[in-house]
Design a protein around this ligand. Structure first.
Ligand code: SF4
Length: 422
């Protein structure tokens, strides 16, 4: 019986989840060691990291079959296949059948493109991933939007959803196995259900899983056009759904949003945030913002700054625009210089840090539920995340690890808060 295959993950938590799926599915009847690099290509930097991981795997595993899968393999199989030492290049759909491709004799080296014809969601029973208390559950894959800067949609294919039965069965199993928090994730989780028949959408599948009060649920990133009144009502009615939303903004100017092919205007976005704040007071609200999109003028950048300042964000993921060859925006005129992109990203990050501190200060004296994730040493200090995703430290016994603790917040620290067990 051969050792379990090694799967090396580059990129996002979604890819990490899929690495667990790849491992689960490879099976044991492979005649030599296998190393899979599940690659990423969302930015030029992540592609370089993937290339580095492939070269290292080849160097460190001379006797193994080297398989490269994931977004980089899907988007540029020729470049990946040209790396000496790579035995197999598999796309984002084919990677779940790594075992059968490996056992094919005298076969081709590259199998990609299956995402473009994938019409169903591959349901794989994967266990815990993040820690012994928090788990991620992939409920959706692909995306039907066409954002001009994005290659993820090209690497992932159209949106497809797991059945509500699968989602319910998986969450129950994860809770039975000890999960206290489950993050429902996808490439564009807001599009959950669009491809399923019947009245199935994210609001009702979230309501379905939240019936089990033994754990709390968190949504991963969701686009503004998918933040519906029904979804906000389900979040407001179920106390075990985290008061947390991450809603990518990307830019504050309508002209730039149009060039990005984002499916909303600046005022649409504002209205959605007002609706969310109405239904969910004290909401932890995050967004993604791109600085320096091609053609973005100083004034248009100030629209992003102003919007970020005016809306009740508590944090932001700020990205300096990264041209991706396969993305339409890389062919647009008015590419912004790296120095200007860097400067704009810096200004946004400074504002995001200030807003996060203000948010944490506003929570002093309030009571929160913390998922206790760490506290190994004898210091008596435990650490974990509140439902608004703030890192909280407080004194308590190690036996509390893995539990949901009621904590009163006392003071802010450099990046989190200190609290007291109630
Ligand atoms: S919503 Fe836009 S940015 Fe997000 S995955 Fe889809 S196409 Fe890409």
């Amino acid at each position: 019986m051969r050792d379990k295959p090694k799967v090396i993950t580059c990129g996002c938590r979604f890819n990490r989840y899929e690495s667990a799926e790849i491992k689960e599915r490879i099976g044991a009847d492979i005649d030599k060691p296998v190393v899979v690099i599940n690659s990423c290509a969302v930015t030029a930097k992540s592609e370089a990291k993937s290339r580095h991981a492939v070269r290292r795997a080849i160097r460190e595993n001379p006797d193994a079959s080297i398989v490269v899968s994931g977004c980089w393999a899907e988007l540029d199989p020729r470049a990946v296949g040209e790396i000496e030492g790579v035995d197999l290049v598999l796309g984002n759909e084919e990677k779940f059948s790594t075992g059968s491709f490996l056992s094919k004799k005298n076969s081709a080296k590259t199998y990609t493109g299956g995402v473009n014809s994938a019409d169903g969601f591959l349901e794989t029973a994967v266990g815990f991933m993040e820690s012994r208390t928090a788990a991620y559950l992939k409920i959706q894959n692909g995306c039907d939007e066409t954002c001009s800067f994005c290659v993820v949609r090209l690497a992932r294919g159209k949106s497809r959803s797991a059945s509500p039965e699968f989602v319910k069965e998986r969450t129950e199993k994860l809770i039975k196995d000890g999960a206290k928090e489950i993050v429902l994730t996808g490439i564009n989780v807001g599009q959950y259900g669009n491809d399923l028949s019947g009245d199935i959408d994210l609001a009702n599948v979230l309501n379905l899983v939240a019936e089990n009060k033994k754990a709390r649920f968190r949504l991963s990133s969701i686009n503004p056009n998918e933040v519906t009144k029904e979804l906000l009502e389900v979040m407001a009615e179920n106390k075990n759904i985290c008061r947390y939303l991450h809603i990518p903004l990307q830019a504050g100017s309508d002209r730039v949003l149009k060039m990005m092919r984002r499916p909303y205007s600046a005022s649409d976005y504002r209205k959605k945030i007002e609706l969310a704040s109405y239904h969910l007071p004290n909401l932890a609200l995050g967004c993604d913002i791109i600085a320096g999109f091609p053609g973005e003028s100083d004034e248009e950048f100030n629209n992003s700054l102003q919007m970020f300042e005016e809306l009740p964000f508590t944090y932001a993921h700020v990205f300096a625009y990264s041209a991706r060859e396969q993305a339409d925006s890389s062919k647009m005129g008015g590419q912004v210089s790296s120095a200007v992109k860097k400067e704009r990203a810096k200004l946004l990050k400074l504002m995001a840090t200030a807003k996060n501190l203000k948010f944490r200060e506003s929570l002093i004296g309030s009571d929160v539920v913390v998922l206790v994730e760490a506290g190994e040493d004898d210091s008596g200090v435990l650490r974990g995340k509140s439902d608004s995703f703030i890192t909280v430290e407080f004194r308590g016994g190690r036996e509390m690890k893995g539990s949901l603790a009621n904590v009163r917040l006392k003071e802010v620290t450099a990046t989190g808060m200190l609290g007291e067990l109630k």
